[in-house]
Design a protein around this ligand. Structure first.
Ligand code: UN1
Length: 506
């Protein structure tokens, strides 16, 4: 066994994952670091999918009656379990998704943070008391657990995005069923094992409160179509969302969709350029351009365009591309050959449209022909064409110039997606205008910070083709519960609302 396959097996075994579940099966798991096989997993058969969902429903029936603060205690315990295993799980994220170690660890930190957030929330799941028009009445709203929550996650954040959903869904009294990306099933098995460990230590969590389904589209469809699944939170491409959204709507199930982004930053003449360059570099090249919040478009005011571009080229040329486990590497591999092909296709289209492309070529590493490392690309676009408007999940930063802020905001919003956005400026008027109703049309709008790397405390998600869903912080928990309006008459009369009279004969 190679070292990397060995490390994988060691981590999974340490977490208590049974050897058969990662060493035999019809699904081959590869690491993007070398392209080699690091595990085999078995896709979940249709009958088993149904059985797990039914078992989750049974768990829900028990869990919904556990007081929320008690549920919060369990999530906190799970967070502690993650903290105790942060190094190993972070390393597995790096092996399976290819992101640099610091980002692999950051992803686990995000899981821990959201567990702590959910534990706090467990004492804050509150409704309103509302003034009623009738004497001796009280009106209030109550929030109840929803049922089984399905979670469909993508390869690029194989565990953190699940945790945003899982921690909230669980604290709200739901059971969860997870279909991870077929590219990253091992981190899911590892996380599930840690979950089960926390549940065993805690003692009060029902069996089957969380389970994992392995497979591709068919398994996802079975989850989406199952009548016992009350809510599906799906993260992935807009194409996937177009399938999932209408299927859920057909049976009136709830959905949280977090789909494609095409995030831009506007750089104004007053911007602190040193800060801007650091922020732009991380946002465009971090996770090898494979975050849904990755910076894909840079709009630079024409008076500073030349100077900024020259400095960005220096940074782009010097950034270390290579093995994400090595200290010093900033850009790891793309997830697979398909990602490489779509990157090259976008660059060719850009060239054909008159762009000047800097970087973007494959970086060959000896003995790693099956891995896809690339130099991040800086692409000077004459205008924002269809190629730029499409999300290509790769480290391509399209750079365009603008004359005034009005034009910048127009170009900024003229894409189908609406996830994250930034403005770099030291001018209060420009910053506030960008954040105003006539500014960025995205779910996330930042000032002097890149569009990626959001904290868990805010609501995460976006508008337009990004799907409109919100996950993680703020009052997002409300999506995972059902709201009941209660009116209580504590008098002996029966006044009807709206003054309606309805006197029946005694
Ligand atoms: C994603 O790429 O699907 O804000 C999520 C960020 C991360 C999450 C990204 N906290 O970049």
């Amino acid at each position: 066994m190679s070292t990397i396959a060995n490390d994988t097996a060691e981590i999974l075994t340490a977490f208590g994952v049974r050897k058969e579940s990662f060493s035999s099966g019809d699904f081959c798991v590869r690491t993007p670091i070398t392209g080699e096989t690091i595990g085999q997993v078995q896709s979940t058969a249709a009958a088993e999918v149904n059985r797990r969902i039914e078992a989750a429903q049974a768990a829900f029936i028990e869990w919904r009656n556990v007081p929320a603060p008690k549920r919060g205690e369990f999530i906190l315990k799970f967070g502690e379990t993650l903290r105790a295993n942060k190094e190993r799980l972070g390393c597995l994220v790096t092996i399976e998704a290819g992101k640099i170690l610091s980002e692999g660890l950051g992803e686990v930190q995000e899981m821990i943070d959201v567990c702590i957030f959910a534990a706090g929330l467990s004492r804050q799941l509150h409704g309103l008391t509302i003034a009623t028009e009738r004497p001796n009445h009280r009106m209030m709203e109550t929030w109840h657990p929803l049922g089984v929550a399905g979670i469909i996650s993508a390869f690029n954040f194989p565990v953190a995005v699940w945790a945003w959903n899982a921690a909230l869904a669980l604290v709200c009294g739901n059971a969860i069923v997870w279909k991870p990306s077929e590219k990253t099933p091992l981190t899911a098995l590892a996380t599930q094992a840690l979950f089960e460990k926390a549940a065993a230590d805690f003692g009060g969590a029902p069996q089957n409160l969380s389970s994992v389904l392995i497979g591709s589209r068919g398994v996802g469809e079975a989850l989406v179509d199952h009548p016992l699944v009350a809510l599906v939170s799906a993260t992935g491409s807009t194409g996937m969302g177009r399938q999932v959204g209408p299927r859920l709507a057909r049976r009136f199930a709830k959905s949280i969709l977090e789909l494609g982004g095409n995030n831009a930053a506007i750089v104004c003449p007053s911007a602190d350029l040193d800060l801007t360059i650091r922020a732009v570099a991380f946002a465009a090249m971090g996770t090898a351009g494979q975050r849904c919040t990755t910076l894909r478009r840079l709009l630079v005011q024409e008076s500073i365009y030349g100077g900024l571009l020259a400095r960005l080229k220096q940074v782009w040329a010097s950034v270390a591309v290579g093995d994400p486990r090595q200290p010093g590497t900033l850009v790891g591999p793309l997830i697979d050959g398909q990602a490489y092909e779509s990157m090259q296709k976008a660059l060719q289209e850009a060239r054909a449209a008159g762009a000047s492309v800097f970087g973007g070529e494959r970086v060959c590493i000896e003995g790693r022909d099956a891995a896809f490392y690339v130099k991040p690309a800086l692409v000077e676009m004459p205008e924002q064409n269809e190629t730029v408007k499409r999300e290509t999940f790769a480290p391509i930063l399209y750079v365009m110039r603008y004359r005034d802020l009005e034009e910048a905001i127009r170009i900024h919003n003229d894409v189908p997606q609406g996830l994250a956005s930034s403005i770099f400026t030291n001018d209060l008027r420009e910053a506030e205008r960008f954040l105003s109703a006539e500014g960025s049309d995205c779910g996330i709008a930042n000032v002097n910070i890149g569009p990626s790397g959001a904290e868990i405390g805010g609501a995460f998600g976006g508008e337009k083709e990004t799907g409109g869903g919100r996950e993680s912080g703020s009052d997002v928990w409300k999506f995972y519960m059902r709201r009941a309006t209660n009116t209580i008459n504590y008098g002996s009369e029966l006044p009807l609302a709206q003054g309606v009279q309805f006197e029946i004969a005694p």
